[in-house]
Design a protein around this ligand. Structure first.
Ligand SMILES: [Zn+2]
Length: 253
C-alpha cells in the first residue's frame, strides 16, 4: 500500500554509508519510521534534508513485515526551524519533538497531535521558550492519553476545592480524604490546578497569553518533569538540556 501524507521530522539518523532512517509524525498515519535509501550518497535524490521539525510531503510504501517503511519521495514544504539560532528556542523544539516521539505509539493516527505541532512551530519565537515548553507539554499530555487528572480527585472523583495533592503514581490530584492513597503526593497550589485546566481547554495561543505566577510556573515545571519521568521511565534528554540553558541564562543573585 502506498501512503502520501504531510509529515514532520521528529528525528533521523544515518544507516550505513548511503541511507538514513527517519522518524516522522504524519498527518494521516501518526508516527511512522521510514528508510530513505541513497539520501547520503546523493543529497539531491530527495527534495528535503530531513531537518529537525521540518514539514515534508512524503510518499512511502507500507511494509507488512517491518515497522520501517521504504520512503520513495520526501519533499520539503517548510523548514520551520533551521534558520533559528536562539539556544532556548532550539531546546524547546527538541523537547517538543522528543515528547511526541516518546508519547505517541507507531502508526496510530492522531490528527490533533499533528495540528498541535504545526501550531507550536508557528507560534515559536525567541522570547517564548520556557512558557511555550510548559504549555506544549500540557496540551501534548492531554492529547496523548497520558493526561494527568486535574479536574477531580483521581480516586473518588470528588470535585477539588482546596488542600489537594498531586500523585504521579495515581496520575492526578487527590482530595484531602484520599490523600493517604499516596503518602508521597505533593501539595498543589490552587493556581496550578486552574492554570492546567485553562491550558487543557484552550489553544496554544491563548495559553501563551495566560498570566502565570512565577511560583505556579515553577511548580508546574517540576510536576511535569516528575510526571514524565514516572510514566516514561526516564527524564527526557531535551528537558534536561533546556533546564541547563535556562539556569545559565538566569541572572546570578
Ligand atoms: Zn478523593
Amino acid at each position: 500500500m502506498i501512503v502520501s501524507t504531510p509529515a514532520f521530522v521528529l528525528k533521523s539518523f544515518d544507516l550505513r554509508e548511503t541511507s538514513k532512517i527517519a522518524v516522522f509524525y504524519t498527518r494521516d498515519d501518526g508516527k511512522v519510521k521510514g528508510i530513505l535509501k541513497g539520501i547520503r550518497k546523493d543529497p539531491h535524490k530527495f527534495g528535503s534534508r530531513l531537518g529537525c521539525a521540518s514539514l515534508n510531503h512524503i510518499v512511502y510504501y507500507k511494509s507488512r513485515s517491518s515497522e520501517i517503511h521504504l520512503v520513495g519521495q520526501c519533499d520539503l514544504i517548510d523548514d520551520f526551524f533551521t534558520p533559528r539560532r536562539d539556544l532556548r528556542e532550539t531546546a524547546v523544539v527538541h523537547l517538543a519533538l522528543e515528547l511526541v516521539d516518546c508519547l505517541m505509539p507507531l502508526e496510530d493516527p492522531n490528527r490533533p497531535v499533528f495540528d498541535l505541532l504545526f501550531e507550536f512551530l508557528n507560534v515559536l519565537d525567541a522570547g517564548a521558550g520556557e512558557r511555550l515548553a510548559t504549555v506544549f507539554q500540557i496540551k501534548m499530555l492531554a492529547l496523548s492519553g497520558f493526561k494527568p487528572h486535574f479536574d477531580a480527585c483521581c480516586v473518588c472523583d470528588a470535585r477539588i476545592r482546596t488542600g489537594c495533592t498531586f500523585s504521579h503514581k495515581k496520575g492526578g490530584v487527590l482530595c484531602s480524604r484520599c490523600a493517604p492513597h499516596d503518602p508521597g503526593a505533593e501539595a498543589v497550589y490552587p493556581g496550578t490546578i486552574s492554570t492546567v485546566l485553562y491550558l487543557e481547554r484552550h489553544g496554544l495561543r491563548p495559553g501563551m497569553r495566560l498570566g502565570m505566577h512565577a511560583r505556579v510556573r515553577r511548580q508546574l515545571g517540576a510536576m511535569l518533569e516528575r510526571f514524565m519521568r514516572f510514566h516514561v521511565g526516564r527524564r527526557l534528554k531535551s528537558e534536561r538540556v533546556l533546564q541547563q540553558i535556562l539556569d545559565l541564562s538566569r541572572p546570578v543573585c
